[in-house]
Ligand binder design. Structure first.
Ligand code: CUA
Length: 175
């Protein structure tokens, strides 16, 4: 068997059911494309993706300084850090942990900086629907304002190796 030029006239314009399905798929593409800006402005869903280049070692140094200045406790060897309301908070992802544990105040806004020391990780806050990617080399900044108090688990939702399923962190929100 060989690869040869198809016979002339092999192409036939779609008709009937096939034509309807192609039209439906195309229409859905248009709807979802328009939904992206809609979700950003109306649904407060997609973030603007504010991010800056940063060397992993430089980000680690910022996190260390942040922890040293604002540490209020420790849990299972992980520092609990309380950033000042309205200020910057840092979260470092690495195989296979998040650090530090953040202690935030309900109703206050924080600029949360996230980056990775090694490879791509996910930032998923449970049980609320918050999902972001954490990449090495990028300081991804999101502004967060907790609206509920309690303990929130942070889990990694990007497969990052043998310890992926154990990669968890925590955010504590107080009234
Ligand atoms: Cu980190 Cu999966």
């Amino acid at each position: 068997m060989s690869i040869s030029t198809p016979a002339q006239g092999w192409f036939k314009a779609p008709s009937g059911g096939e034509r309807a399905w192609i039209g439906l798929a195309l229409l859905w593409c248009v709807v979802l494309t328009l939904a992206m800006p809609y979700w950003h402005y109306k649904g407060k869903q997609n973030s603007t993706g504010e991010s800056y280049r940063v060397e992993p070692a430089a980000f680690q140094a910022r996190v260390d300084r942040f922890v040293k200045t604002n540490k209020v406790g420790e849990e299972k060897g992980v520092a609990i850090v309380e950033p000042s309301p309205g200020g910057d908070a840092y979260l470092l992802a690495q195989m296979w942990r998040f650090s530090p544990i953040l202690k935030l105040r309900k109703g206050q806004s924080y600029r949360l900086h996230m980056s990775s020391l090694d490879l791509q990780h996910g930032f998923s806050v449970q049980p609320v629907n918050l999902n972001f990617q954490i990449l090495p080399g990028y300081d991804h900044v999101i502004t967060i304002t907790p609206t509920m108090s309690g303990d929130f688990n942070v889990i990694c939702n990007e497969f990052c190796g043998i310890g992926h399923h154990t990669m968890t962190g925590k955010i504590i929100v107080e009234d």
